[in-house]
Design a protein around this ligand. Structure first.
Ligand code: G1P
Length: 293
């Protein structure tokens, strides 16, 4: 079984749900306490053993490429001022030279098309996808849990999480194989559908935005017709791949925050502030005070 070495992070989205903030800042760069949302997702992938990060970017996303570069003037200034703590942090957190690739999605044709744009860098090996809108707070990281499951069963694995039925139409939703035990973490699947009306949803298990897929998905994405919302959907191509290959849903142990929405972003900031090593205790006291006023 080939190891999971590469991850695709599609970062071309416009961030319309958090405008006007995203007019000049890529949504992936919005700070969650003191780090961009994207840094949490890169850390999750690194913890899972990912060695190469493929960012699928678009117009106005230059800040992402700069963020993952060294910043010589800033580093020199911090060194002069003896601020070694923060200096160590900003250099340690970025992936090493040669371990990032940036490919451009020239037209906003959908998530499936964004992933397909990474095909040449991915080549012929299984790979991970992390949707950076979603931050998952988990230990071990969500993708690390999935890689461990992958090492047992191989094939394709998709992270899922139960949601209330009145929210299923906002997500991809999976159908467990008839007779499978849905109380287990790993559930064999027999179908999946993107953004189904509530009445047609096959379960309440939403696709969270973490995937381990076999490279054959790229061939299917190359001729995938537009689906929900008029976009080329990853879910539709995965449903086709399921005809030939095994697919497991994985119920990870952790909490996910949808930073692409106002409330989800606020929830992420709050959750990470309350647990922050430097400000956590004060943040808790402050929040309690605010709520009791
Ligand atoms: C995408 C996927 C969907 C998944 C969701 C998770 O949708 O297409 O299957 O459930 O991410 O956040 P989007 O949110 O980009 O519309």
């Amino acid at each position: 079984m080939k190891p999971i070495r590469k991850a695709v992070l599609p970062v071309a989205g416009l961030g319309t749900r958090v405008l006007p903030a995203t007019k000049t800042i890529p949504k992936e760069m919005m700070p969650v306490v003191d780090r961009p949302a994207l840094q949490y997702v890169v850390d999750e992938a690194r913890e899972a053993g990912i060695e190469h990060f493929v960012f699928v970017t678009g117009r106005n996303k230059g800040a992402i490429e700069d963020y993952f570069d060294r910043a010589f003037e800033l580093e020199a200034t911090l060194r002069d001022k003896n601020k070694s703590d923060i200096l160590d942090r900003i250099t340690a957190e970025i992936p090493a030279a040669g371990t990032t690739s940036f490919v451009r999605q020239q037209s906003p044709l959908g998530l499936g098309h964004a992933i397909w744009c990474a095909r040449d860098v991915i080549g012929d090996e299984p790979f991970a996808i992390l949707l950076p809108d979603v931050i998952v707070k988990a230990a071990p990281s969500c993708l690390a849990q999935m890689v461990e499951a992958y090492n047992q069963v191989g094939g394709n694995i998709i992270a899922v999480d139960p949601v209330p039925m009145d929210r299923v139409s906002s997500y991809g939703v999976i159908a467990p194989k008839a007779g499978s035990d849905t109380s287990q973490a790993l559930i064999e699947m027999e179908a999946m559908v993107e953004k189904p009306p509530q009445a047609e949803a096959p379960s309440n298990l939403k696709i969270t935005g973490r995937y381990i897929l076999q490279p054959e998905i790229m061939k299917l994405l190359s001729d995938q017709a537009a689906g929900a919302g008029g976009e080329i959907q990853l879910t539709d191509a995965m449903a086709r791949l399921m005809q030939d290959q095994s697919f497991f849903a994985y119920k990870y142990d952790g909490l996910d925050y949808d930073c692409g929405s106002k409330l989800g972003y606020f929830e992420a900031v709050l959750a990470f502030a309350l647990d922050h090593p430097e400000i956590g205790i004060d943040a808790r006291a402050l929040t309690k005070n605010m709520l009791s006023e």
